[in-house]
Design a protein around this ligand. Sequence first.
Ligand code: FES
Ligand code: FE2
Length: 451
Amino acid sequence: MAKAETAPSTDLFAQGADNTITLFSSDDNELLTQVGRGTPMGELFRQYWLPVLPVSHLEEAGGRPRRIRLLGEDLLAFRSRAGAVGLIGAFCPHRLAPLYFGRIEDDGVRCAYHGWKIGTDGACLEMPNVPEEHQFKERIRHPGYPVAERGGVIWTYMGQAETPPELPEFEFTMVPDDQRSFRLFHHQCNYLQAMEGGIDPTHVMWLHSPYNLSDDKTAAAHQPTQQRLANTSGSRTPESVEIVDTPGGFIYGAKRGLDAERNLWRINRFILPFYTMPPGGDQRSGRMWVPIDDEQCVKWMFNWYPTREIKEKTKEKLRAWQPEEEYLPELPEPYGHVWPKAHRANDYLINWETQKNARIGIAGVNLQDKCVQENQGPGPILDRRKENLCVGDKTIIRARRILQNAAVALRDKGETPQGVRNPDIYRVRAASIAVPKDANWVEYVKDSVTF
Ligand code: FES
Ligand SMILES: [Fe+2]
């Protein structure tokens, strides 16, 4: 039997004599990747508020609803004519007709087939095709989840607790609308391998960089400004990557020499259950990797300016998206309105000339990530038994262990995971900072990575 299948997963940092790191068993992989109700990870996710849609995707009262699937549950998101958001089971409790085609009314949606009406909370309000003496609407149990609109996001709670948790206190939720933006991308793969790309310190200088690091023309047309700074170090491999635990996650710093006195530290974050933050410039950014089901996820990119002064002085644009990242016309699928034009079925519109001469031929950092992640081994769920992890992957290993430990502690001891009742753990930022060589980087960056 292969070592991968027998190796214990207790000490994930144990490095063997051959420099490989302890691997993950098929049980570990199942635990980490399955998100349905009753699975350990599915229950862990159901402890938290989950982002459903940006408010801007469901703004019009009585307007077009959205097909949603979260943690394997098919749902319909709609805004009633009176303005309340409903997130309810997608199929009518009568004979499972799609409520997507129903009529949105003041207090709910009326099924197109026989007219049953379901309220924004999932209650069955009317059964008009049934005589009075045969009514049984109070016996209908239809999924309807609480929602909250905060920080430009429609959040939902799919757990069992009578009192929902606190909403996460992200900085982007606290700034005015015109200081933040959202972009969603549908991913045809399990959430975990997509999220792992968000905390992978050694891929950036390969996947997202020119073949020749001094090829300024390609870099300028292609890489964000702050990433180009790393090119000037001339090295693709960080000198070191250091992890520091934080409540519910960690920060890690990747160090590169900048000049005689200073190192460049690129500091990222991971926070339970699926948040990552890459270093940005004046415009901050973060990611949410939200499972649609075991085989698909939505990548949320949220950007914000902490203050108006920063917004005004910056030269970056709040919505600086690549034209290549345009969406397809809406598909009749969950999150069918956020499928990029470039996707798996068309090889991400790769340009083979560019691929031959300058950089990976797929345009845009997000599509480059998507292309790799959707096709890892061979997709849609990466088989972690077969990896040969190296020291450069220790951040990914740490995140897996945090998720695994939290899910098992919840399952076996009923332990509430970090962040559910202490929403202040989300008051954080990432950063890219030049640190004097003789300074302690963690101390030096402390004030820049919280607020
Ligand atoms: S299927 Fe919806 S009312 Fe009959
Ligand atoms: Fe990436």
